[in-house]
Design a protein around this ligand. Structure first.
Ligand code: MN
Length: 205
């Protein structure tokens, strides 16, 4: 699938005359050669407050809505529901999505950084996009807040049109802790230090 095809669903759902979200056609949407792939975790105060977890793969951001957010505690298995692929530019998006538009509400970039692929079988690395397609991917996050090993595992769907459901789980490594997940209403943007409330009120800093 080409990047354009992968983003068709993203574009179909949005009216770019009405939302300030990126269309995904600008210079910032071109994957950089050689560099490590990126990830972003956004907090989205929509109909239901949730976290959006996105990993760069195949030139797009593979995306999951995580209602309770990522937890640093390996005992917490966090439901992660796949959403449509997003353009790479989306990793920079924070702001308000207008009332009446798809995903209406406020978005902050809670965490951002790069990741490396830990997916392997019998000691042989599995390419990340293949690991995702197979329903089990492991990766090391180097974010400003999230650091360490994590896995995403599909436990339902993937065949016969049933909606997929995945689990996002922290590995038991030196970066695991019992802190769990931050309060999303108090959490601050990794880019601008703003809270959801400050962004909703239109404050720039
Ligand atoms: Mn969302």
């Amino acid at each position: 699938m080409t990047r354009k095809e992968a983003l068709a669903e993203y574009r179909r759902r949005r009216d770019f005359a009405k939302t300030t979200e990126p269309k995904g056609a600008g210079a910032a949407d071109v994957p950089k050669e050689g560099g490590r792939p990126s990830f972003v975790v956004q907090i989205h105060d929509a109909t239901a407050l949730h976290f959006d977890f996105r990993l760069e793969a195949d030139g797009v951001l593979k995306s999951w809505a995580v209602p309770k957010g990522p937890s640093t505690d390996p005992h917490d298995k966090r439901l992660a529901m796949p959403t449509e692929d997003h353009p790479l530019e989306y990793r920079e998006f924070e702001g308000a999505i207008a009332e009446g538009e798809y995903g209406a509400g406020t978005v902050i970039v809670w965490d951002e950084g790069t990741y490396s692929n830990l997916s392997a079988r019998h000691g042989t690395e599995i390419p990340f996009a293949k690991a995702l397609a197979d329903g089990h991917a492991s990766f090391w996050l180097d974010g400003r807040k999230l650091v360490g090993g994590w896995s995403l595992t599909r436990f339902r769907g993937g065949e016969g049109g049933e909606r997929e459901a995945w689990l996002l789980v922290k590995h038991a490594d030196e970066h695991a802790s019992t802190r769990g997940t931050p309060d999303p209403r108090r959490a601050r943007s990794a880019r601008t230090g703003r809270t959801l409330r400050q962004i909703a009120a239109g404050r720039m800093s």
